[in-house]
Ligand binder design. Structure first.
Ligand code: UDP
Length: 333
């Protein structure tokens, strides 16, 4: 056990999609979990492992109280706004929630002498890829406010390390997808913008059908290629990253992806195969800011965290997403 008998891990945003899967993985390791979430995006019924403390990162009094009450020993930070398009239209909310909110969290960690952090960063900090696959030394030049807020936070962590000894592991994920194979939690965004749940909507006959954002990219079938990583594999990497930062006491970054790229059309084929239903899809214009291909090199995580994705196949990812989708939206049966 990481902290012996005493102490808990604070998971901000633990009622959200990725955060809740991390709570499940922490719970399975016998680690005490405290979820700090304002439930704007998160779901109360996703908090099944640990205690829910409802609050905002801006409420430093409450945050400080929670650190004290639960003897917080380390932090895993997911609470953030994460829609690229929305961040372009409303950067103020993104800098306010993501950057200012994280500053309050880091200050509270310093105040309570908590020095270990795992931070949910993103491949969006890289911007347009210059080389592929992308490793951690690739230049970080984000092209939208969402990616910029995450990069500012990465810099804050570096500076808080130098000044106050905060040690943070920055996990830059590619496309989080799928759902808990035991179907206890999964993806449920409002509005939903991600490819796999929207393709499942189309297969289930919900909504107007899927729009493929461009088929004139420089890829084999003309559609964008992304590296989809099963959310349970992400969760496993987070637990390993927490152990790593506590043992190594160093601030560093890891990419998390499969290292395999799948095109939008390949994802649609996988959805049709898994659901046994056609996906009503039409070609539309490109979406602003979409690079043609984003594929991770996760060699560093494999080497140093001894992490290996257990669900690298796109059909396995889609199968778990579909199982969850049918449970969450029963009318799709
Ligand atoms: N995509 C699409 N239609 C949609 C949503 C997404 O064609 O309705 C494409 C998108 O252009 C990208 C891929 O699917 O190439 C994955 O997009 P998603 O929004 O799921 O994740 P992102 O790559 O933006 O993190």
């Amino acid at each position: 056990m990481l902290f012996g008998k005493a102490g808990a891990v604070l998971v901000t945003g633990g009622a959200g999609y990725v955060g809740s899967h991390i709570c499940k993985a922490l719970g399975a390791c016998g680690i005490e979990v405290v979820v700090y979430d304002n439930l704007w995006i998160g779901h109360e019924d996703f908090v099944k492992w640990g205690t829910l403390e409802r609050g905002s990162l801006h409420d430093t009094e409450k945050l400080s109280e929670v650190f004290k009450k639960h003897n917080i020993r380390a932090v895993m930070h997911f609470a953030a706004f994460s829609y690229v398009g929305e961040s372009v239209k409303d950067p103020s909310s993104y800098y306010g929630n993501n950057v200012v909110g994280t500053l309050a969290l880091l200050d509270t960690m310093v105040e309570h002498g908590v020095s270990h952090l795992v931070f949910s960063s993103t491949s969006a900090t890289y911007g347009m890829p210059l080389t592929t696959p992308i490793n951690e030394t690739h230049p970080q030049r984000p092209i939208n406010p969402y990616g910029k807020t995450k990069l500012v936070i990465e810099s804050m962590i570096d500076d808080f390390d130098v000044a106050y000894g905060i040690k943070g592991v920055k996990l830059r994920y590619f496309n989080a997808a799928g759902a808990d194979p035991e179907c206890e939690i999964g993806e449920d965004h409002d509005p939903e913008t991600h490819l796999i749940p929207l393709a499942l909507d189309a297969a289930a006959g919900r909504g107007p059908g899927l729009t493929i954002f461009g088929d004139d990219y420089d890829t084999e079938d003309g559609t964008c290629i992304r590296d989809y990583i099963h959310v349970t594999d992400l969760a496993d990497a987070h637990v390993k990253a927490l152990e790593y930062v506590i043992e190594s006491n160093e601030t560093t970054a890891f990419n998390l992806g499969n290292g395999n790229g799948f095109s939008v059309k390949e994802v649609i084929k996988a959805v049709e195969k898994v659901t046994g239903r056609p996906v009503n899809a039409a070609i539309g214009p490109r979406r602003d800011g979409d690079p043609s291909a984003l594929v991770a090199s996760s060699d560093k995580a494999r080497r140093l965290l001894l992490w290996e994705p257990a669900y690298p196949g796109i059909e396995d990812i889609v199968r778990d997403a579909w199982q969850w989708y049918q449970k969450r939206f029963p009318s799709s049966d």
